[in-house]
Structures are given as C-alpha cells and as structure tokens.
Design a protein around this ligand. Structure first.
Ligand SMILES: [Zn+2]
Length: 304
C-alpha cells in the first residue's frame, strides 16, 4: 500500500524531473557488488548498501521534518510530513543523499485543541532530535541537513542549531527552511496564506492529490480573527490561536495544481542547491572544532 502510494507520487512529477542516477553509476572499475541504483530511503537500504549510500553521499543525510496537526477542513493531518518528504526525496534523487525515515516530533503546542495533533513536550522534542542526529552521525552522517516542512518549528530548529555549540560534536547540523520562493510563477490570489491556505493546498495537489478535499475548503473560516490587541514586538504563545482558532489561515479553495507545481519545483530545487552546498562545505566542521578547542580554554583565547 505504502509502496504503491509512493510510486504514484513519483509518477506525478516524472515528466518534470529527470532522474539520471541509473545512467551515471556504470563506471569502469566500480566494485561488482555495488548496486546500480541505490535507494535514497534509509529504511530501504540493506546494511551493506547503507555503507555505500553514506560513501556516495559523502556523509550527507537529509532529515525531512514534518508534523501531525490539523490542516484546515480539507487537508490531511500529515500535510507537512507528506510535502516535505516528497520534496526531500525528489531532491535526493537529483543530488544523492540518504534520507531519514518519517520524522514528526516537532513543536505544535498551538494545535493541541484540534483532533489528531501529536504535541510532544519541549524536553522530548529537543532530546529526541539530539539523539536522532547523534545516532545519524554515529552511522556516518557527518553532515545532517534538516529540511523543515512545518512553520511551528521556526523557533525550535534555530534554537536546536544554536545548542549544538554546547558541547563538542564531530558532525554539523545544517537547517534548510525555505519552503516558498518570494517571486515568480503564477500569481497568488490570496493575501493571507499561512496555514492550509492557497500555497499548502496547491502543493498537496502535486504531492498527494488523493488526500485533498477541495470541496470542503470553504466549510470553515481561515480568516484572521484579530482577537488580541497588543503592540508589535510583544509576543505571546497564544498569538496564533488568537488570530486563527480553526487552525486554518487562508483559503485553500483558491489553490491550483499549476501554482503547486511551481512551488514544489522551486522547493525541490532549493533543497538540491542546499545539499550541494553542504557537500562542498569544508569550513563548518573545521570552525566548530577550532571553537570547541578554544571553548575548553577560554582564558587562552586571543584576538585573531
Ligand atoms: Zn502545514
């Protein structure tokens, strides 16, 4: 069932995304046991093929980060997880990287009042992510690119990145959180479009059209209800619920597949570029090591 669904996903964009991995791997002198096509899915590799995958990816692994939360009245709970995996898996097919399995243990306290939301405690979110990246690195993923698919992680992930400096690590955590291009493509019709609105609905029409119930998109309001009056610069955790109590922001009924294709291709392209940059990066780990060494003896640190 899962395999069939995945095949279907890959079929949707196959006319737009050339896969060159099959053609490029028959190189003279390659070990006879080396497989022609290595899956990018961590969970589909044998132990021996995993070793080959880490070698081929130069130790670069993707961790697509989703969530389980309500997405308006018309999109599935796993929207962010399904979308981010679709984008990351297609990107890894273009620029080989090992992709970690489904990960959805992020920040979503603000949707605890809606059915189907899985909101782990803050301690668990940080501990699980740290143990996951530690274990990935122990298995050779020395460059871990977290690909964020969920707006509620926008504070969590930079904080996680910052706390990687608290003690020495022999790997680097990179965070990629650019899900939408700021210009180009078909014009956007809606002004408010923050959650389950035009953009997210359009992308789901590409990644998993079978899960989109467009006819239900106007059955709840996704309007900004402005129920808090505080000056700009004053933050409270309840701000989102104050503005969008239905956990819906925008109007999904305005979505088109054409708009979704533009957004999805731009996202995939962005992940490919980020993966290439991470693979080429020689500085971050060197600087981290230098930093950790100095941090152990701060009195010996001299201006450079
Ligand atoms: Zn979402």
């Amino acid at each position: 069932m899962i395999i069939r669904a995945r095949r279907k996903q890959f079929h949707v964009l196959s006319f737009l995304l050339p896969f060159s991995l099959l053609a490029t791997h028959f190189v003279q002198g390659q070990a006879a046991s080396s497989p022609a096509h290595l899956s990018v899915h961590w969970e589909e590799l044998t132990a021996a093929d995993f070793r080959e995958g880490i070698h081929r990816s130069q130790g670069t692994c993707l961790l697509p980060f989703g969530i389980l939360e309500k997405h308006g009245p018309h999109l599935p709970l796993g929207t962010d997880l399904l979308d981010v995996r679709y984008a990351a898996l297609h990107a890894a097919e273009q620029e080989y990287a090992v992709v970690f399995p489904e990960y959805y243990f992020g920040q979503i306290a603000e949707a605890r009042h809606e059915p189907g939301t899985m909101a782990y405690s803050r301690e668990m979110q940080l501990a699980l992510l740290q143990e996951t990246t530690n274990e990935m690195a122990r298995n050779g993923c020395k460059k871990i690119l977290i690909v964020n698919g969920h707006g509620g992680n926008e504070s969590l992930l930079p904080f996680f990145g910052q706390t990687q400096l608290d003690k020495p690590h022999d790997y680097v955590v990179y965070i990629f959180d650019e899900r939408s291009p700021d210009h180009g493509g078909p014009p956007k019709k809606s002004k408010i479009d923050m959650h389950a609105g035009e953009s997210e609905t359009a992308k789901m029409m590409v990644s998993r059209p079978d899960t989109v119930h467009l006819d239900r998109a106007t059955s709840e309001s996704g309007a900004d209800q402005h129920r808090q009056n505080l000056p700009e610069g004053v933050y409270t955790g309840i701000w989102w619920y104050a503005r969008f109590p239905n956990h819906y922001s925008g109007d999904g009924s305005l979505a088109t597949r054409e708009f979704g294709q533009f957004r999805m291709i731009a996202w995939i392209d962005g992940i490919v570029k980020a993966t290439r940059a991470v693979k080429a990066d020689r500085e971050s780990l060197r600087l981290q090591n230098e930093f950790f060494e100095k941090a152990a003896h701060p009195l010996e640190t001299r201006p450079e």
